[in-house]
Design a protein. Structure first.
Ligand code: PBG
Ligand code: ZN
Length: 323
């Protein structure tokens, strides 16, 4: 009889036949940087996550580096929002300032910069708005300007999350024109219009003031369409692809991985984090076990890297496992 249990009887053997692993090098930690001073503002729906002003940011970055996490994804929260999201592409805006500070003080930290308008617009949409319509082509130069401003400040990777058509091409052209030919684009290609972004919108104060994001983010029902999004972004010059949210869309991640030979990144989003934290706080689940199981699930689905708010905790747990 073929007995599957033979290879499960011994711990060393189980370790040896294990197909997938989570490594600390694959983790990317999202960080919220707020304009202002002496800010360390907890995000209520995301226990353990705070917004930091520039002067307090090093506390969190020290923890990041100490945990062994080597990459951060920056989100900016400006002091003033306006119709066109001008703080997003201001060369002295919060993200360029944060990137310059990190470049000076943290040699070994990889800095990824999210590019979008929604944290910076008064209406909270990811693009320009005219008479209730979210404009596509008019938005592209602003996204490109933001990407150039962040690259100029020293960002290692540009990550556009707006879901406007043609934005990867616009950003690639602008980066190349300004001499940033080696700055990679990590594109949120398969990004679904999801209820799982709720806590993030508290954290970034970026909920749309009217309507929703369904005219630009993808319909949760459409898996095959995600492949077209990815195909387009790769054709336009994306170097890596994000699939997002992660848990409810593992099939989409696997499909992308099977079709395209580029690194695919899982974004374990805010709502996924909040659910785990809430259940754990109630004593209903074993947090460590659930988090590691989720991260492993992303790897099994083919993810090369994982963006997660659990990064620092996961890194500590991985370290413990190694001892
Ligand atoms: C901004 C952006 C969002 C997320 C990443 N970049 C929110 C949104 O599109 O509404 C979601 C991240 C998360 O929920 O953790 N475009
Ligand atoms: Zn946005």
């Amino acid at each position: 009889m073929d007995r599957m249990r033979r290879l499960r009887m011994n711990g060393i053997l189980r370790d040896m036949v294990r197909e997938n692993h989570v490594r600390v090098d694959e983790l990317i930690y999202p960080v919220f940087v707020a304009e202002g001073e002496n800010i360390c503002r907890p995000v209520e729906s995301m226990p353990g996550i705070c917004q930091y002003s520039l002067d307090r940011l090093p506390e969190e970055l020290d923890r990041t580096v100490d945990a062994g996490v080597r990459a951060v994804l920056l989100f900016g929260i400006p002091a003033h929002k306006d119709e066109t999201g001008s703080a997003a592409y201001d060369g002295n805006g919060i993200i360029p300032q944060a990137v310059r500070m990190i470049r000076e003080r943290y040699e070994d930290l990889l800095v990824m910069a999210d590019v979008c308008l929604c944290e910076y617009t008064s209406h909270g949409h990811c693009g320009l708005v005219r008479e209730g319509e979210i404009l596509n082509d008019e938005t592209l130069p602003l996204l490109a300007a933001a990407a150039v401003a962040y690259a100029r400040a020293g960002a290692d990777v540009i990550a556009p999350s707006d879901m406007m058509d043609g934005r990867v091409a616009a950003i690639r052209t602008a980066l190349d024109r300004e001499g940033f030919i080696h700055t990679p684009i990590l594109s949120y290609a398969a990004k679904f219009a999801s209820g799982y972004y709720g806590p993030f919108r508290d954290a970034a104060q970026s909920a749309p003031g009217f309507g929703d994001r369904r005219t630009y983010q993808m319909d949760p029902a459409n898996g095959r369409e995600a492949l077209r999004e990815v195909e387009q972004d790769l054709a336009e010059g994306a170097d890596m692809i994000i699939a997002k949210p992660a848990l409810a869309y593992l099939d989409v991640m696997r499909e992308i991985v099977n079709h395209y030979n580029v690194p695919v990144v899982a974004y374990n989003v805010s709502g996924e984090y909040a659910m785990v934290k809430a259940a754990a706080a109630n004593g209903w689940i074993d947090e460590r076990r659930i988090v590691m199981e989720n991260l492993l699930g992303f790897k099994r689905a083919g993810a090369r890297m994982i963006i997660t708010y659990h990064a620092l905790e996961a890194a500590a747990w991985l370290q413990e496992e190694r001892r």
